[in-house]
Write a protein that binds this ligand. Structure first.
Ligand code: EPU
Length: 417
């Protein structure tokens, strides 16, 4: 199993380019199921989750072609089999995003239940309830969500909590439904807006995406389109925190500061100087960061996908911080591993109190999920001595060429088997 070996203590310095967003790419690829014409995506990140999604679509009969310039063209001429099997779904929960498009296009779908994962239970009841409100009959048989319907019908759907992939699934399904669908308490994440823009380019009639009420007027068919995927705001935030934690100075290209208000605000509070100009974001941290308390909540508040990275920053900061996780019930697994590096963290329910120590010491740690691994890499970059981050396959799900990018910023990092 691959590991990352990091000799820490080097302030990051230099420039790197940010990739396309994983959490925008995954739903956008599923949108290809809504039309028999080609959908071409650009700025597609090369990640394990993206290849898993391509394999899943391939199993359904979608023709896929890739080019060297981060382009992917998908054509769902005919859908041979509207099934997402357990083998692939168990490795990537985002596979649930095929449910809405398959049902809308084929009138049937069989999608394995994703089950629990490291960060929490993560049920999909709101995806199912929404599709039922649009007229689908859904049952769970032998671990599969089995869905059938005639043409879906527009409905008013009020979601009782904010769900990102739930909003995306229902928005895609509604594009081919008969009549108008109104999604209330919809997720406002920028990835939802990116998907809506692509669907609009395919001929869908959507208004309100980016707000908490999205209205979709269904169409009989959608056409192909070309769409450039937005920059990855979480990858951007991760490199900024890595630079701040090592007292570095970096410039990130191909990024979008407008998507990161809450994160940039916290980095400034920790003492970083940040400048954004065009598609570049620069950060400079002189001296030891100051601790910053964060509370995760749906966009535009502070993202849960940046919580672990800020725990690493706080671990070496001056002062004490309180981190409150309100989205997932079990997203503090990185804390135990960070303690192996000498961090002082106390967990009680969904709250962590982090008392900054002047320095961490390298050790072997184990990654438990994607963002947890990123936080351990940051802690390792800031620590003295050698840190080995084990089970790095979690990291490959969401960070394109991470060791090359960090090495370009001067980090002493290599992959080992
Ligand atoms: N929830 C329900 N029922 C549902 C759906 C969600 O109870 O039917 C709960 C979840 O258990 C969770 C909360 O609602 O407690 C919010 O979950 P959400 O559905 O928004 O999460 P998601 O759509 O499964 C996406 C990202 C995650 C990110 C979350 C929150 C993708 C592919 N995944 O997940 O990204 O943490 O939104 O912003 O977009 C990551 O990239 O590391 C990652 C986990």
């Amino acid at each position: 199993m691959d590991k990352l070996v990091i000799d820490g203590g080097v302030p990051l310095a230099g420039e790197v380019r940010i990739s396309g967003a994983k959490n925008a790419a995954l739903p956008l690829m599923c949108a290809a199921l809504l039309t028999d014409e080609p959908l071409r995506l650009e700025n597609v990140p090369q990640l394990r989750d993206v290849s898993t999604m391509l394999r899943l679509l391939g199993q359904m009969g979608v023709a896929v072609s890739l080019d060297e310039r981060a382009g992917v063209e998908m054509r769902a001429d005919a859908i041979a089999s509207p099934v997402a099997s357990y083998d692939l779904v168990k490795t990537m929960r985002a596979s649930i995003l095929v449910l809405g498009p398959l049902l809308a296009r084929c009138g049937e779908a069989r999608v394995s239940l994703p089950g629990g994962c490291a960060i929490g239970l993560r049920p999909v009841d709101l995806h199912i309830k929404g599709l039922e409100a649009m007229g689908a009959q859904i049952s769970v048989e032998e671990g599969y969500i089995v869905a059938r319907s005639g043409r879906l019908k527009g409905a008013r759907i009020v979601m009782d909590l904010v769900t990102v992939t739930g909003t995306e699934n229902l928005m895609m399904a509604a594009c081919l439904a008969e009549g108008t669908t109104v999604l209330e308490n919809a997720a406002r994440e920028p990835e939802v807006l990116d998907l809506a823009r692509c669907l609009a380019a395919m001929g869908a009639r959507i208004s309100g995406a980016g707000s908490d009420i999205i209205t979709i007027d269904g169409a009989a068919r959608l056409s192909g389109a070309r769409h450039r995927i937005m920059p990855d705001r979480i990858e951007t935030g991760t490199y900024l925190v890595a630079a701040a934690a090592t007292g570095g100075r970096v410039r990130l290209l191909g990024a979008d500061a407008m998507l990161l208000d809450a994160v940039l605000e916290k980095l400034r509070e920790s003492g970083a100087r940040i400048d954004a100009e065009g598609d570049a974001i620069s950060l400079e941290m002189g001296g030891r960061p100051k601790s910053v308390s964060v509370r995760t909540a749906p966009y535009p508040a502070f993202p849960t996908d940046m919580q672990a990275q800020f725990m690493a920053l706080n671990a070496i900061a001056e002062g004490a911080a309180v981190i409150t996780e309100t989205i997932f019930e079990n997203r503090f697994m990185h804390a135990l591993e960070m303690q192996r590096l000498g961090a002082d963290i106390e967990i009680s329910g969904n709250t962590a109190v982090v008392r900054g120590v002047p320095r961490l010491q390298g050790a072997t740690v184990m990654a438990t999920d994607l963002r947890a691994s990123a936080s351990l890499v940051i802690a390792g970059l800031a620590a003295e001595g050698r840190t080995t981050v084990d089970r790095i396959y979690h990291l490959d799900r969401g960070y394109e060429c991470i060791e090359e990018k960090l090495a370009r910023l001067g980090a002493r990092i290599r992959r080992a088997h």
